[in-house]
Structure formats: C-alpha cells, structure tokens
Design a protein around this ligand. Structure first.
Ligand code: GLY
Length: 423
C-alpha cells in the first residue's frame, strides 16, 4: 500500500472513530440517565395533570390534595396554595413547549386575578408569584403583560399592608393561639414567609421603586436574626411585640417548639438562597448554606434523603404541646413536599456556593428518590397529582401522607433547574 493510501485510510479511520465518539456523546446526552429521568418525570406530569384538567372544571377551585374517597380537594383563591396548580402547568409548558399547556396555564393563572387583593394573611406572594410570575416568563402579548404587571404590583401592595416598620417584618397571620393554649401570638411570623419575598424583589425591579425590596430585605434580616437557633435549625413561629421584640419562639406545624419542622427548614434554605440571588448580600448566602448543612447532615435524614415530616419526632428532649398519639401511626410519615422544595433550593444554592458540588449531589439524590416508584405516582393513580407522600400539618391531623400540589410544583421546578445544570 502506498504511503498516501495509508494516510488516507488512517484519516478515514480517524474520521470514523471521531464520528462514532460524537454519535455516542450526543446519544449519551440525549439518552443519558439524567435526561431520561427528567423526560420520564415530565411524561408522568403530562399524564397526571392532563387527567386533572379533565376533572377540574371549576376555575374558582384550585387543586390542592385528595379527599379520603380519592377525589381532588381544592381551595379557593384566598387560601395559600392557589398559585401552585397554574405554576405547575407553566413548568410543564416550559419543558414540553406544547401550546395546550400554555393555554391551560393561562386560564388557571387568570382565574387567580382577585388574589391580588389578598391581605388576610401573608401568602399573597406564594399565590400570585407562582402563577403570574411564571406567566410573565412566557407571555408575549403586550396587553396581557401590562395587565399581569399591574396585578403583581397590586399583589405587592397587598403584602405591604402587613408590614409594620416598627417591627420590621411582614405579619404572617392575624392573632392566633399557640398549642400550649397559654399564649396568644399577636404578631406571628413564620419561616414560610421568606417565600413571599421574591415577588417583592420582582416588583421593585418592575417599578423602579425600592420600597418593596427594602421590605423584603428588612424581613429577611430580622428572620435571620430570630428564626435560627445556634445550630441553624429553625423555629417555625416567632411572635413579636409592637416594638419588634421577640416574645415567643414556637411551632404550629412542627412536632415541638424546639424541633425542626422539615418543610420549614426547606423554606429557610430556599428563601435565603433566593434573597442572596436578589441582593448578593453574603449574609443571606451564609444563612442558606448553614440551614442547608443542618438539613443534609442531620442524622435523622433517611437514606433516600426525603425527610420525615419533622426531624425530631419521638426523640427525647422534644415535647409536643398538642395531643400527640405516638401509637396512632405505626410509622413516621415522610414529607415529599419538603424533599422537592429542598431539592430545588439546593440546586440553586449549588450555583452560588463554594460547597456547590455537595449541594448538587444531595439534590440529585433527592430528585432520584422522588422520581422512583416510592414517590412518583403511577399514571392514572394519585387523583392526578404527581408525587405521593406529603404532609400538610400533622398536629392539625390534616393532610397526612397525601399528595400535595406544592410538592408537585417544586418537583417540576427542581427538574427544570436540574436540566439546566446537567446540560
Ligand atoms: N406555608 C404553609 C405550609 O408550608 O404548610
């Protein structure tokens, strides 16, 4: 064989193997276990929410969980969970790009319009930002955009009606008794309230008026000061006097006043990560990291990384003030909603933190568990919800080991965040 022919043959071989490598690489990317998992989960989401859309016809009733008979239990616009169903529809649209999901998301978002006037509790941010905030990422029609902007500005104004500058925080609930029955909280603030701040940061950007974000920062700084214990676990409820002094640190949905309610810890990780994104204030990043470290290093975090509903159930040193009956259930329920929202939070935190690879790995394990048969619904079951095994409030004997719409919402959000990071 002539030298030139050999060279040619060699070049062809090289080209062929390069092609083989690139085909393998791209099919690896297309069909890698990671993207296959995301694809499968969204296929389940489409089937489940497709089923839900067939049964949920009343646009004043927003799917939230299941009744004992397996039917869908809904809430009206004035509760805290109305925004999650439309938000989930937007996430399915984001992944699939199918116009029918956009149409459904728009319809359910616009059904929340009067929620902009919600002032009876702090959750206007959850309701209006998970719905309209997501809608604004995709809407192209200038008239609709203008309308949605106005709705979010009014929603932020509603949130500000609950902010007393002397206290420096947004009041979560109106006066309410604690479980010990001795205490009436007059200015209760719950860790969940961190989640309402993202809308305020958005509206400041939108309007150029810093007042909304200033409130968010004040709220986050005071929460950082008073909701964390020295080990960076969180109290659920902190009650203040009229001058902003802490009067009580207790629980409403957790096991005991000194325990760590899993979803609350998740809200803290998510909320402080988000406030770091919006402000680049290093203190918020540190708070998020320390709250995350508490969660992922906790000896009671199960192997599959989906937490029990509270980290301290049945442990010595933790005394419930509510009528806890340890024999009522022969197991400690997990809370998939805490798992999904924490996975989503850790994925964002992984992009900011020097400890990013560790947060990413933990989130990946959480998502893998949630994508498995223990938590992911078999299509056609679970009343149309995507995830099984969440807990709304065990002390209230309400929504124990059931699907919850916000578990689904943060699961879909986490999958999309994961997809962007593994691309
Ligand atoms: N924000 C209420 C809850 O997490 O249950």
């Amino acid at each position: 064989m002539k030298l030139t022919n050999l060279r040619k043959k060699g070049r062809n071989l090289l080209l062929a193997s390069a092609l083989a490598v690139s085909v393998t690489t791209s099919s690896f990317l297309l069909f890698s276990p990671k993207s296959a998992m995301i694809k499968k989960d969204f296929a389940v989401a489409e089937q489940q929410y497709g089923q839900m859309l067939k049964t949920a016809k009343d646009l004043s009733q927003f799917p939230r969980t299941t009744n004992k008979d397996g039917s869908v239990k809904s809430t009206d616009v004035w509760d805290w969970t109305g925004g999650f169903f439309p938000g989930g529809l937007w996430y399915i649209y984001e992944y699939t790009q199918k116009p029918e999901w956009k149409a459904a998301a728009t319809k359910w978002t616009e059904a929340l319009e009067k929620g902009q006037f919600l002032t009876q509790h702090h959750d206007v941010g959850f309701v209006m930002y998970c719905s309209y905030g997501n809608a604004l990422r995709f809407e192209k029609d200038p008239e609709k955009i203008e309308k949605y902007h106005k709705i979010l500005i009014q929603s932020a104004e509603s949130a500000l009606t609950r902010f007393d500058p002397k206290v420096g925080l947004i009041k979560s609930w109106n006066a309410k008794k604690s479980w010990d029955n001795k205490t009436t909280w007059l200015y209760p603030v719950i860790i969940d309230n961190m989640m309402n701040l993202e809308m305020l940061c958005y509206v400041s950007k939108l309007t150029g008026n810093p007042k909304y974000k200033d409130v968010a920062i004040s709220h986050a700084l005071n929460t950082m000061k008073n909701h964390f214990r020295p080990d960076f676990s969180t109290y659920h409820v902190v009650d203040y006097d009229a001058n902003g002094n802490v009067v009580h640190q207790q629980t409403n949905q957790g096991y005991a006043d000194n325990s760590t309610w899993s979803r609350g810890q998740g809200w803290a990780i998510y909320g402080f990560t988000m406030m770091y994104r919006e402000t680049k204030d290093q203190r918020f990043l540190e708070a998020a990291e320390k709250a995350a470290d508490f969660y992922i290093n906790h000896p009671n975090l199960p192997k599959d990384k989906i937490p029990y509903w509270d980290f301290n159930v049945n442990q010595a040193g933790y005394q419930p003030d509510w009528a806890y009956d340890a024999k009522k259930l022969n197991y400690i329920p997990r809370d998939a909603s805490a798992g999904s929202l924490t996975a989503s939070a850790l994925l964002e935190l992984s992009t900011f933190s020097a400890n990013g690879p560790q947060y990413f790995k933990q989130a990946e394990q959480m998502l893998t568990s949630l994508s498995g048969p223990d938590y992911l619904a078999k299509p056609g079951t679970n009343s149309g919800f995507i995830l099984k095994h969440s807990v709304g409030s065990l002390p209230h004997n309400s929504e124990v080991d059931v699907p919850l719409v916000y578990a689904d919402y943060y699961f879909l959000e986490a999958l999309l965040r994961y997809q962007k990071l593994v691309k």
